[in-house]
Ligand binder design. Structure first.
Ligand code: COA
Length: 513
């Protein structure tokens, strides 16, 4: 390799050294954008921007101008004159080396992609993220499990254990801002990509990981969603008192931890603006679930001081044990609530409403359900008086809700500020017009499976508008990334292909021949 001549007649090693930053700057689209766009100019600390600045060597007068402008604005660039939503995306110029798979990691990087980061998803040649083939609904096409978690990404196939694959990864590490991974503990190290190695190669690189557990007795365990829900305190506090612990349908272990990791990454990027160096970011699934179960740890401590009055078991006279019990559909806050049947509940499994007996609107509730006398009756007039009678109260409210559909109950209650929540089925959510309008539910087209629904960006920024793009096919961008981003020549690309570093291992038939 080293003996090969570059187009300019230099040895390859010398040419690479001299030409890499220039080639990167001149040929890659993101770099071209970085050179011209205002958001990227603002991110003058980003590696690309720094290199471009260093190469361009502007005259002193030109160099001084942005400093003056920045000083006037408390260190920030002058506010752009562009209309909101037309000044690029929040994470424009951030390049993610995406080593994630299954759900937790992909949730994180998809969100960063929604916010404008360029996510390069590295997948094993011929195999890819295991979810591509899991729970398949359309034969031969990537599953919804994969497509709904990997939008706004590019896919490159690399065998990370192949020497040539390692060389490609080194180039990517030098060029990217963040490496995100959620391999089993130790897997990244076994690829040779230890923190020390990465940090030496690119001191600005942020290395972000999801693991099942943080340091401690379980740190080496592989963990999936429901394991995390159990270990993080969600399962023991979910379900009905008389029944077993329950897991919830919300993927608080996977998607919840992905969200935590995304926040950690954005914070690390911000800190890097000051320190100039990357850092490790860890979001353990047990920690993420516990963070979401914070109110239950609150109740655990309250137990020392007496029974938990807002739990319906208190009103039913059932003694509390040593740990926070499962509380059925009791509200986790200070205002008692319960799920009540609505018109049609006999045949529609989702004809229910969550009803909160919020203290300030107690009078309105009494009027609505036809119990005006409860407004002054000593057994019902104050929240503490009502606590032992919650079952009776909710049974009475239910007699009223059963006469109306969940949407009629919602309309009547909202008119007088009573907080209620209709139990919406996934069908209803998928068809909800307002969610389509806000981009929370988005239909995207896909070359092999056709249109599918996905969840867009749940976080709306007024100056960083999300465009939801379909997930990539396996290795769809391999050639593009190798040539345009990493600067490999067409000839080198062919050599890489022949090396087996980016292609699937040969089938047994070929091996036998
Ligand atoms: N090229 C070559 N090898 C690759 C590769 C690539 N591009 N991508 C992955 N591999 C290898 C890994 O190096 C690893 O090999 P090794 O164990 O021999 O070192 C192997 O593939 C399997 O990776 P692993 O992460 O162990 O996958 P798994 O299917 O066995 O386990 C999890 C899956 C999710 C249980 C595990 O990754 C995990 O615990 N992750 C952290 C917690 C988490 O995110 N869980 C939630 C998932 S939604």
């Amino acid at each position: 390799m080293a003996k090969k001549k570059s187009p300019r007649g230099k040895t390859k090693a010398a040419a690479r050294k001299a030409a890499k930053p220039a080639r990167r700057a001149a040929t890659s689209k993101p770099a071209r954008r970085a050179a011209t766009s205002k958001p990227a100019r603002r991110a003058a600390t980003s590696k690309k921007a720094t290199k471009l600045k260093a190469k361009a060597k502007p005259p002193a007068a030109l160099k001084a101008a942005p400093v003056k402008a920045a000083a006037k604005n408390g260190g920030s660039p002058k506010p752009t004159a562009k209309p909101f939503g037309q000044a690029g995306k929040a994470l424009d110029g951030v390049k993610i080396l995406d080593f994630t798979h299954v759900q937790s990691g992909p949730t994180c990087t998809q969100l960063l992609g929604y916010l404008g980061a360029d996510c390069i998803k590295v997948e094993r040649p011929g195999v890819g993220d295991i979810t591509r083939g899991q729970l398949r609904d359309v034969k031969g096409a990537d599953s919804l499990y994969f497509t709904m978690l990997n939008g706004n990404k590019r896919s490159i196939t690399i065998d990370s254990k192949h020497p040539k694959g390692k060389e490609i990864l080194d180039r990517l590490i030098k060029q990217c801002d963040v490496l995100v991974e959620n391999f089993a503990p130790g897997a990244l190290d076994r690829m040779g990509l230890t923190w020390d190695y990465i940090h030496k190669l690119n001191p600005r690189m942020i290395v972000a990981s999801v693991k099942g557990f943080g340091p401690g007795p379980y740190e080496d365990c592989k963990v999936y969603e429901n394991v995390a829900q159990c270990a993080g305190g969600a399962a023991s506090t979910t379900g009905f008192r008389e029944g077993p612990p329950l897991v919830t349908g919300a993927q608080i272990g996977d998607s919840g931890t992905g969200l935590h990791l995304a926040l950690g990454i954005v914070a690390a990027l911000y800190q890097r603006n000051r320190t100039g160096r990357g850092q490790r970011v860890l979001a353990a699934m047990q920690d993420g679930v516990l963070n979401l179960c914070r109110v239950k740890l609150r109740d655990q401590q309250r137990l020392k001081h007496g029974p938990l009055g807002e739990y319906s078991q208190y009103g039913e006279g059932v003694a509390f044990g040593q740990s926070v019990p499962r509380a059925g559909n009791d509200s986790g806050g200070g205002q008692p609530g319960w799920i009540l049947k609505c018109k049609g509940w006999e045949s529609d499994p989702d004809a229910y409403i969550y009803f909160i007996t919020q203290a300030p609107v107690w009078g309105e509730i009494c009027d609505l359900i036809g119990k005006p006398e409860w407004k002054t009756h000593p057994d019902f007039v104050t929240p503490p008086a009502r606590l032992p009678r919650l079952k009776q109260i909710f049974n009475t409210i239910e007699e009223w809700t059963k006469t109306k559909t969940k949407f009629e109950v919602m309309e009547a209650c909202n008119a007088v500020d009573i907080p209620v929540g209709p139990i919406l089925s996934m069908k209803e959510i998928a068809e909800e017009e307002s969610l389509r309008k806000t981009g929370t539910v988005v239909e995207v087209d896909h070359p092999t499976r056709g249109p599918y629904l996905t969840v867009g960006n749940p976080i709306k920024l007024s100056d960083s508008i999300t465009e939801v793009k379909r997930s990539p096919l396996l290795g769809e961008h391999t050639d593009q990334i190798l040539t345009k981003d990493l600067g490999y020549s067409a000839k080198q690309l062919e050599e890489i292909k022949a090396s087996g570093a980016i292609t699937a291992p040969e089938k047994p038939k070929a091996a036998a021949a």
